[in-house]
Every structure is written in C-alpha cells, then in structure tokens.
Design a protein around this ligand. Sequence first.
Ligand code: ZN
Ligand code: MN
Length: 255
Amino acid sequence: MSEVMMDRMSWVDYRSRIEQGNAVVFLPCGSLEQHGPHLPLGVDAMLSTAVAREVAVRVGGIVAPALSYGYKSQPRCGGGQHFPGTTSLDGDHLSQVVRDVIRELARHGVTQVVLVDGHYENQWFLIEGIDLALRDLGVDHAMRIMRTEYWDFCTEEVLGEVFPDGFPGFALEHAAVIETSLMLHFHPELVWMDKIPDVAPVEFPPHDMYPPHTHWVPTSGVLSSARGASAEKGALIVDAVCAGFADAVRREFGG
Ligand code: ZN
Ligand code: MN
C-alpha cells in the first residue's frame, strides 16, 4: 500500500501523486479539548485523521496533517471552555488557517479537497475558510471542496445496533459511546475504561448563556455515559462511516 499521509511523503513523491491528476486531499479538523477522564485531549484530531486515512486508502487520496486546535468548546456539545486542557482558537483565526491551507493546496495543483470535521464547534468557521479560499481563487478555478462531520455517515441501522436503548443524539455524544468506541478501535492504549463516569444523559435547556453556566455541565465533562462503548461497536461504526464517506467522495470527485 502506498503512503497516504502527506507529512510522511517527500515533496517529490507528493508532487508526482498530484501530477497523476484526480488526487483528493483530506484535511482533518480537530480540537484540543477535554474528553472526560477516560479519553485524551486530542480525540477530535485523532479520530478525524483516522477516518480520513481509512477513506483515503479506499479512494487513493492523501491526508494532510490535522488542524489540532479548533473553535471554542460549547457547553451543550463539548462541555465548554472552563476545563483545563481545552485550548481553542478565535473563530476568525481558524477560518484564516483553513483559507491558507486550501490556497496552498491549490498552488500545488490540488483541485479536490475534503475537510473532515471531528469537532462540531468548528463547523461554520470551516465553511467561512472554504468560502474565503474559493473567493481568493476566483470563479474560474477548478477547486472543489467537500466538507462533512464524519459521524453523519453513520447509518440508522448502525446507530440502532450501537444504541439498543435509543440514540441520545450527536450533540451529547461528546466523549460518549461513539467517540469512546472509535478510540477503542483506533487507539485502545489511550482509553482508560476504569475512569468512565456513569452519568445519565445531561438535559440542557434549549438555549445558551454567556458567560456560560458552567454548572449545567457535569464536572466530569462527559455529557452522556460511555459505558456502552466497545471496540466491536467502533469497528461497526468505522465500516459504515468509511463506506458511506468513500462512496460520497467517489460520487463527487469520480474515481
Ligand atoms: Zn470529540
Ligand atoms: Mn469536540
């Protein structure tokens, strides 16, 4: 199998991959954010990279190094900014980094880019970066960009198997069953199963407050328990997500 990780290629090998045409470059977008006492701070970058890598292998793509810092953690989907370790960017800075990276890829001759978001709070700032980059490149440029939260490729069928008692929704899935199962699949040495807090899914009101009400968030930082997580569920999720994701890439970019 040829190398898919851009930072492990020489520039000469990278150039020849781009010159073959039709190369799809994946840009994983993560965060440095608390993920409960049982997972490391880098989960979002690790998982978006791991998923991007699996999909890149299937479609013959290249994975650029992840953006390891993301937009500010929000209480109702990431626990919030008040945890030690959570280290976030201003939205404009994230957008500008995305804009710069896309512009540089375009300079290399890349015309197909996939942003793989692993941190929900990044969403609109990634979209802004994409929009600014496309405006820089001009309407006649061949650049096309796909953007997704990778977990949206999870099928109803798989969610039914992973959550036999009902799915609490992706927002509460922070450091919970999906991320913990995926970490057990990709990086089992970085999951501390004996530290999983046993909490009921948090019930948030349908609004936010600023400054945030930190008392809305459990002190563990976990929004629903990861007790039901397993490596088997991780493999199930990975298979479904990567199959759906690879199909979408082929549909949009051909090959
Ligand atoms: Zn996460
Ligand atoms: Mn996150």
